[in-house]
Ligand binder design. Structure first.
Ligand code: GDP
Length: 527
């Protein structure tokens, strides 16, 4: 393998969580270990506290200028780690789901007080679809959380994944004393720390050692012995292959804000997390180690600064070596492009790069040539598959308020949907444009951007749809009849694929039952 050295030192992952579980805090601690930042508090949260357009716009403007926060690259013990940021806010869930297609593994943060929350469930569904390896970090152990055995059971049941504890906590809340590392048999006593250090770690290879009692007290020492015996009996040793195939998720307990239990996880992460993996395409599997370059666009970021209207396409390198100024084949457009200022995201500064390797993310300036899911190669024609669109949950009709600007509106909405801000459906037998989003906030964003970037004024009219399903069938006649019969509830997506727009769950289930020859899909592959 030509680039083996580079590939084997790269790990590309995302931290995912329900908002407020501690993703930003944990990200900051990771960067601290990586030496990318020196003190805590340096990672800006791009969270949206209120549901207001102005907040969002401010944040997006900041992000537009400093998109560096979207990918954070740091080095830790000779590994080069690419940490892809995922917005926690539900209204940007699509963005997060797409980002998950560009990573090789994830760390899932769960709040020990709240347990599994709605966004946790959805994110895990996406991971399960792709068999993404998951490491779980149970955060906020310094607060009085749920019973840890109950919590593990809840996570296993709700997220449909088997867990494997790697560390085990001694109490929680005010009584929290630390974690016992089941793997290397050491005890880490709880202290709040903002620096990355190895103090307060005591090796206790034999749990009957009286040192344990001396450190945590007789009662807790006894409890730990019992717990560990139980855990050893139930779980045994972790099989790394089960983790890599997404069957089992190793679990760590800690407190991100106190930088506690984080290092244990990071050390395990670099030991077991996958290096850039092979990927499916429309033609064949592409191995990360192939000589020739290939990659795909998983995110497009618009620059809202009116002076710089360009967009940035985020390309995940999948194989070979990406080089600055070299011509690459844009498969969908069947055209060659080269990039004179591709940039990387090393240590939160934008740097022009000369080359990049599998697992890396490169930012490409774009003037409208890219759509989410686009593939670049050295000439071969294939698309990376498995980049999903999810059924939107809110539907509105796009109403043009300025007939003189119809062209601008059409262009704007096409570009915004290419960026993945929303999905566009056209109703059959009419020109009614239906915009589908996962959150209300996105409609405000679209309206704002259409006006400010394309000078097109629009309004939205709420539609009574509940879900969009993509339809397929082996019996074309049956599908055609169905679409004709359900004209006011059907249409096509931007690529001409037929969709059924259901008014309610009841209608949807009825149609699914009444039409066994038609398949209703809740996600669609971009390719
Ligand atoms: P995010 O929305 O998932 O990015 O969450 P943040 O990292 O912003 O954390 C949400 C809140 O939880 C903040 O006020 C953090 O200070 C707090 N927090 C994070 N980790 C811990 C922890 O280990 N213990 C406690 N008590 N609070 C924490």
């Amino acid at each position: 393998m030509k680039y083996e050295k580079e590939i084997s030192r790269r790990k590309t992952f995302a931290i995912i969580s329900h908002p407020d579980a501690g993703k930003t805090t944990l990200t900051e601690k990771f960067l601290l270990f990586g030496g990318a930042i020196q003190t805590a508090g340096a990672v800006k949260s791009n969270k949206i506290k209120k549901h207001a357009t102005s907040d969002f716009m401010d944040i997006e403007r900041q992000r537009g200028i400093s998109v560096a926060t979207s990918v954070m690259t740091f080095e830790y013990k000779d590994f080069l780690i690419n940490l892809l940021d995922t917005p926690g806010h539900k209204d940007f869930a699509e963005d997060t789901y797409r980002t998950l297609t560009a990573v090789d593994s994830v760390v899932l943060v769960i709040d020990s007080v709240n347990g599994v929350e709605p966004q946790t469930r959805r994110l895990m569904e996406v991971c399960r679809m792709r068999n993404t390896p998951v490491i779980v970090f149970i955060n906020k152990m310094d607060r009085d959380g749920k019973n840890r055995f109950d919590l593990l059971e809840e996570i296993e049941k709700e997220l449909k994944i088997s867990l494997h504890p790697m560390t085990w906590p001694i109490n929680s809340g005010k009584e929290f004393k630390g974690v016992y590392n089941l793997h290397d048999k050491s005890l880490r006593l709880f202290t709040a720390s903002t620096k990355a250090d190895d103090e307060n770690v005591i090796s206790i290879s034999n749990l009957s050692d009286k040192l344990l009692d001396a450190k945590v007290g007789d009662r807790d020492a006894e409890q730990l012995r019992e717990d560990v015996e139980l855990i050893d009996g139930v779980y045994g040793e972790l099989t790394v292959d089960d983790y890599l195939s997404g069957k089992i998720a190793p679990v760590f307990f800690g407190s991100a804000v106190n930088n506690f239990g984080v290092k244990e996880m990071l050390d395990t992460f670099i030991r077991i997390a996958p290096t850039p993996r092979d990927r499916e395409t429309s033609r064949r599997e592409i191995a990360a180690g192939e000589d020739k370059f290939s990659g795909f666009v998983f995110k497009i970021h618009a620059n809202l600064d009116p002076k710089h209207r360009d967009r940035i396409a985020f390309l995940r390198v999948c194989s070979g070596k990406f080089e600055r100024n070299k011509y690459y084949h844009h498969v969908r457009l069947d055209k060659d492009f080269r990039f004179s200022n591709p940039y990387t995201f090393l240590a939160r500064t934008k740097d022009v790069i000369e080359d990049a390797f599998p697992g890396d993310v490169v930012g490409l300036f774009d003037t409208g040539n890219f759509k989410i899911g686009d593939t670049l190669t050295e000439g071969e024609d294939f698309y990376f598959t498995g980049i999903p669109s999810f059924s939107p949950e809110i539907f509105k009709e796009l109403v043009n308020k300025d007939p003189m600007k119809t062209k601008q509106l059409e262009k704007g909405i096409r570009q915004l949907t290419d960026e993945g801000v929303a999905q566009l459906f056209t109703q059959f037998g009419g020109t009614k444009k239906i915009i589908g989003c996962v959150g209300e906030l996105q409609f405000e964003v679209i309206q704002y951007r259409l006006l400010h970037e394309y000078s097109a004024a629009c309004e939205f009219r709420t539609l009574p749809f509940y879900k969009a399903c993509w339809l397929t069938s082996n019996d074309e006649k049956k599908l055609e009849d169905f679409l004709r019969f359900k004209q006011s509830n059907s249409g096509e997506d931007k690529d001409g694929h037929p969709v059924y727009l259901a008014q309610s769950e009841w209608f949807l289930n009825t149609e699914i039952q009444n039409n066994p020859d038609i398949q209703f899909h809740f996600t669609s592959e971009i390719h």
